[in-house]
Design a protein around this ligand. Structure first.
Ligand code: PEP
Length: 256
């Protein structure tokens, strides 16, 4: 079973409408013809409609940075899976550590969002990962296991293959400190074993587990050389065309 690598750029609260149009246009052109890799950009919510229009017909996909789990009702300020799919979004980042920390998203909320995406036509990029204190206290395995089990618990085995899991050690996000390829591989291997326990080996071999945390054009290939790293979630280095496209190109190798 071959897994197609997936690279997503998370623009966070950066780039206005004009910048979004211009950079997506450049990325689309620069990546035309690059195969064996799926790639997406997650811009600010207010420019999602324009972004989806801009990439229509190309291999560049659009992801939302967040989504709510309810379909409709009195939830001021939120948007649903259907609102995103009607624009043309294909993915949503769910449970990013910034949302967990700054917007109090618990494992339960993250799981509900993953479930809503799976029930709709949106692929969740479900994030998990330990903080520095947890790593230094030797808690990586227990923290990651609890977070991943909570996500897997709401996914049914038929849809499971669509899920994308993103290991993002919090101490590596935006800090310039990347996990070593071996540190990342160790966690990705653990996560693949958790998936095997829950869904069996054939599903575990299909689910993509991507890594995020200070990925850049220089370290992307080394990370991607690890057996269980199936793609990259990229913050800072996705803001410019040159570095994002270089990362996507380094990732364009099918995973056995
Ligand atoms: C992220 O925000 O998901 C991220 C990985 O950021 P950075 O690449 O800047 O560390």
């Amino acid at each position: 079973m071959m897994r197609k690598p997936f690279v997503c750029g998370n623009w966070k609260l950066n780039h206005n409408l004009a910048e979004t149009r211009s950079i997506l246009g450049e990325m689309k052109n620069s990546l035309a013809g690059v195969q064996q890799v799926e790639y997406a950009i997650a811009p600010v919510a207010t420019v999602l409609a324009a972004a989806c229009e801009q990439v229509k017909g190309s291999a560049l996909h659009i992801a939302a940075q967040n989504v709510f789990y309810e379909k409709k009702g009195a939830f001021t300020g939120e948007w649903s899976v259907a609102h995103l799919t009607e624009l043309g979004c294909d993915y949503a980042i769910v449970g990013h550590s910034e949302r967990r920390a700054l917007f109090n998203e618990s494992d339960e909320i993250v799981a509900r969002k993953v479930k809503a995406c799976m029930e709709g036509d949106l692929i969740p990029i479900a994030c998990f990962g330990e903080n520095l204190q947890q790593r230094e206290s030797d808690l990586v395995k227990s923290v990651v296991t609890a977070q991943v089990k909570s996500i897997l618990g709401v996914v049914d085995s038929e849809a499971a293959e669509r899920l994308i899991l993103a290991y993002e050690p919090i101490w590596a996000i935006g800090t310039g400190k990347t996990a070593t390829a071996e540190q990342a591989q160790e966690v990705h291997m653990l996560v693949r074993a958790l998936i095997t326990d829950q869904f069996g080996q054939s599903v575990a071999e299909k689910i993509r587990i991507i890594y995020g945390g200070s990925v850049n054009a220089d370290n992307a290939a080394t990370l991607m050389a690890q057996k269980d790293i199936d793609g990259l979630l990229v913050g800072g280095a996705s803001l410019s065309t040159a570095s994002f496209c270089s990362i996507v190109k380094s990732a364009s190798v099918l995973r056995a």
